[in-house]
Structures are given as C-alpha cells and as structure tokens.
Ligand binder design. Structure first.
Ligand SMILES: [Zn+2]
Length: 149
C-alpha cells in the first residue's frame, strides 16, 4: 500500500512540477514536509501522519457525503496534508525557497494537485476550500509562510 501511495504521489508531484520528483514518507517530526534537490532531481519527504492522510484521500470512496464526512471527520488533517504536499511540490516547480511565494502558489493549486492524483473534481474543490481555511488557521500574520497574495 505504501509503495503504491509513493508511486502515485511521485507521479503527481512530477507532473505538477514538470520535472522528476521522488516522494518518501518519514517518521513524524516538527516539519510537515521537506524538499531538497540533488543530481537534477527533487526529493520530497512527507511526515508520516500526512502520508497517512493522503493515503486516506486516495483510498476514499468517491461518493458525496461519505467522502466529505471522511474529510471533515479527520479534523482538517486531510486538507492540511494536501496543502503541505502541494507546498513541497511547489518548491520544485518554482525552484524557490521563498516560503511566502511558494505558499501563495500552493494555496491556490491544491485543487490541481488533487486532480493529478485522480481525486474527483467536486472533492478536490472541497479540499481546496478547506486547505485555504487551514492556511489561515495555521499561519498567523507575520509568519514567513503567511501569504498575502
Ligand atoms: Zn516550504
């Protein structure tokens, strides 16, 4: 299951960034995710908790209420994981370490990332909306991640 998840995430991140991206899941720590580049390749390390949330999204039943309930029953972790994953892939896309700029782009493109992962359009839209709310909730004004775009 984890191998399938990593292939799906790596393919979607590569399509999104327009370059090879390899995704792995790492033990939980303070960071949601981390991106680094080496040998012309981008590597994304996602916190295990968020890999689990992304796995839940991809394994979700694409049926209205059940799917939405799953998202919200998860206390926002799913949409936060979606935003964090999109944020990390955006580092690769923009080749930028400017957290505010990267977050600005990411917060508007979670829906695209979800579409690349095969999430139904209506569910991707819910995640997009919720990710924007998570952004405002998690990043106070003055945070280097808080976008003003
Ligand atoms: Zn970042």
């Amino acid at each position: 299951m984890i191998a399938t998840l990593l292939v799906s995430l790596s393919l979607a991140a590569s399509q999104y960034a327009g370059m090879p991206v390899q995704v792995s899941c790492v033990p939980d720590d303070a960071l949601a995710g981390y991106t680094y580049r080496a040998d012309g390749m981008e590597y994304i390390q996602m916190r295990g908790k968020y890999c689990g949330a992304l796995s839940g999204i991809l394994g979700g039943t694409p049926r209205g209420l059940d799917y939405a309930t799953h998202l919200y029953a998860n206390g926002g972790v799913s949409s936060w994981a979606v935003l964090a994953f999109t944020h990390e892939a955006t580092h690769a896309l923009l080749q930028s370490n400017d957290e505010g700029r990267v977050e600005c782009y990411a917060v508007h493109h979670t829906r695209l990332m979800m579409s690349l992962l095969g999430v139904p359009v209506w569910a991707a839209r819910i995640l997009q909306r919720d990710a924007m709310q998570q952004h405002l909730y998690n990043f106070a004004p003055g945070s280097p991640y808080r976008t003003v775009c």
